[in-house]
Design a protein around this ligand. Sequence first.
Ligand code: MG
Length: 159
Amino acid sequence: MMRIGIGYDVHPLVEGRPLMLGGVSIPHSKGLKGHSDADALLHAISDALLGALALGDLGRHFPDTDPKYRGIASLKLLEAVYEKVRERGFAVVNVDSVVIAEEPKLSPHLAEMAKNVADALHLSLDCVSIKATREEGLGFTGRKEGIAAKAVALLEKKG
Ligand code: MG
């Protein structure tokens, strides 16, 4: 049995925060605001995995009202989501994703992000796709007010 899921996340860009995407700290004048490290890409991927299992979203499992999750590395959350996938007898087949950010340039960091995701999901690198795009000055990402990410994940029941 195969299951597919979709994830979408947005965080505002603010001064005085590190910019974390795909578990990589990216040098930039601003970072993403959120309760955790606000890694929009890992949140979108986590939501795609949870969505494939019809388990709701990340906020349901790790509420941002819980002080336990303040500042938590989203790679830890992704690993915890992977455990839910594994516990239910599924393996991840592949993940595709896109980060929508006007700046900074993300291409130098995509390989490291993919490695982090592949490690967390026990996947080989050729099963993890992370892309980056700009919205050409349009909308909130184009105005550099925030960064968005979208992801899809395919799961397969083992055995
Ligand atoms: Mg989020």
